[in-house]
Design a protein around this ligand. Sequence first.
Ligand code: A2P
Length: 342
Amino acid sequence: MDKTFDVAVVGATGAVGQVMLEILESRDFPVRNIYPLASPRSAGKQIQFKGKTVKIEDLTNFDFTQVQVGLFSAGGAISKEYAPKAAELGCVVIDNTSYFRQAEDVPLVVPEVNANRIADYTRRGIIANPNCSTIQMLVALKPLHDFATIERINVATYQAVSGSGNSAISELADQSARLMNGQPIQSPTAYPKQIAFNVLPHIDDFMDNGYTKEEMKMVWETQKIFADESIKVNPTAARVPVFYGHSEALHIETKSKISIAKARELFEAAEGVTVMDSREPGGYATAATEGATHDDVFVSRIREDLTFENGLNFWVVSDNVRKGAALNSVQIAERLVADHLG
Ligand code: A2P
């Protein structure tokens, strides 16, 4: 039986799409034909995939009956319009945007946490990839939740600009260069304020309750993925002048106590987690030095909460474009094709 698949990458020229293509290639995903899709601006440009030159096609004119799997990362508006159309034509969509994440009939999957939900792709033909900050948090929390039941999560994020796409990467680089050369920055466009040498306590739209949508995604998505609406999440999301890799300070409260030694043992045994915690200068993971370009979620600075009996604190770092987006999508696709397609 032919066990290869025709795959479309929607948003193939973007910060996430480019890495999706790289990861499909490096993990040797069973691709028969690859179709990189983008806007008319990019149509006709060429990319290299597995040693072959492939033309980028205009999404608008693409015939989705040609593919069995579609990885979408071109923004919510594009997914809203094209994901259902692709799904209707028999292409299973793995959508990296937030558009379908809360839909009751669309599974929201982190393979290390709830791979069993992939089977629900049959309901709409769409599987949603969670928010980058939620993914790395839940990969780390899963073994602790299984062991001691997490009741409350306090989290502050320190998020890289690559989460906002290529234009934000350019904006940080440009502002940094100008400021280092004693020049004024141009009016920011990717963010409302200067991002170079600064921290913005704002990611995505503001909501009526004063939280940002990025913060509320961490609440909604954690409850959906853990299938537990009672789990409390108290988030603050900030954008920092880092190119790749999100960091998170996590303070959790569990039903039963987890000692530091037990937490370390649970993290070390968990799929997709690397512990780096040697309690000395540099003995911890950071976004630029460990998170970026690596697949694992790194856990450091494991401490007992000084103020709460069943509280545990730690630091979590991961590559937001890889595990937070492209890698997680490809891992979903790997399980989808192995267990359900072909
Ligand atoms: P293009 O490069 O042709 O504009 P990023 O997240 O880095 O900003 O990338 C966004 C991705 O979404 C790019 O690949 C971009 O393609 C793609 N994209 C944006 N608008 C459209 C559109 N109208 N149709 C198809 N792809 C789009």
